[in-house]
Design a protein around this ligand. Structure first.
Ligand SMILES: Nc1ncnc2c1ncn2[C@@H]1O[C@H](COP(=O)(O)OP(=O)(O)O)[C@@H](O)[C@H]1O
Ligand SMILES: [Mg+2]
Length: 265
């Protein structure tokens, strides 16, 4: 039967999973993403964050526990209905070597031009598109080669918005974006995520400050959890990650202003 999505509440219940039987990846993960709220997953590379998004989309079945959407186990519903309900902005967006219009419309092929432009506006990519000589008819190149990482991600956000899913899943790109693009993306994310249940795999901690709950994953286990203020005052892994990122950002900003100085010289 089909998944019936009313509010889009997501629950992971003691989820255990390994890609192979000899190596467990998730070792009993439980969390809730209440309807309309944002929950952030953070943690070092290899901790199992992207695995959680693959399991929610049911690319794999779990070994133990349950994943529920509005109290329905995702194994008990059709994959088509599950995947209709969830919009994923993946870490690396695959774009087709076709027009920008086609790449956004892929989210909902029967959408009107007005709807496609509205999605692009929300994703803060419309102005960029119309500034191109061929506008929406511009081709993006093999795998989107002609676009920067930030532009590609915004096309992916537009595509996902067009789909109008109840549940949003953002796997932030790890590639270093310049700080202005990063801020623009962040603004569009927080703007659009208000109406959706959102699970965000965050690499930039500034994305997670307002999250309902932040889950710190380490080696397939939840090492810390709470909101920003409580995690910060715990002075554990999250607080250390935060301090590290603040240091990195001040270095990046200094480098960026240096390159401006050099370019002007
Ligand atoms: N398809 C796969 N087959 C086997 N192991 C995998 C596969 N995908 C990921 N892994 C392993 O699972 C662990 C968690 O990966 P992942 O969820 O991608 O981590 P994260 O997103 O937190 O960086 C890693 O050790 C990774 O090597
Ligand atoms: Mg990942």
């Amino acid at each position: 039967k089909d998944l019936v999505v009313e509010k889009g509440a997501v629950r992971f219940e003691n989820v255990r999973f390994g890609y192979s039987t000899d190596r467990g990846i998730l070792k009993g993960i439980s969390f809730d993403v209440p309807a309309g709220k944002t929950v952030a997953l953070v943690g070092p590379s290899g901790a199992g964050k992207s695995t959680i998004s693959r399991l929610l989309f049911r690319f794999y079945d779990i070994d133990d526990g349950g994943i529920l959407i509005d109290r329905q186990d995702i194994r008990s519903v059709t994959q088509a209905s599950l995947r209709r309900a969830i919009g994923i902005v993946p870490q690396d967006t695959v774009l087709f070597n076709d027009t920008i219009y086609y790449n956004i419309a892929y989210g909902r092929p029967d959408a009107s031009t007005a709807e496609i432009e509205e999605a692009a506006r929300l994703a803060r990519i419309h102005d960029f598109i119309v500034s191109l000589p061929d506008g929406y008819e511009s081709t993006v190149g093999e795998r989107g080669l002609k676009l920067s990482g930030g532009e590609k991600q915004r096309v992916a956000i537009a595509r996902t918005l067009l789909k109008q899913p109840k549940i949003f899943l953002f796997d932030e790109a790890t590639s270093a974006l310049d700080s202005q693009t990063e801020k623009a993306i962040q603004n569009s994310l927080s703007e659009v995520s208000e109406n959706y249940t959102t699970l965000v795999i965050a690499h930039r901690l500034s994305t997670v400050v307002d999250a309902h709950e932040i889950i710190v994953l380490r080696e397939g286990e939840i090492a810390e959890r709470g909101n920003h203020d409580s995690l910060f005052s715990q002075d554990g892994i999250y607080a250390a990650m935060w301090r590290q990122q603040m240091r990195d950002e001040s270095v990046t900003e200094r480098d960026e202003s240096l390159s401006v100085v050099k370019a002007n010289a």
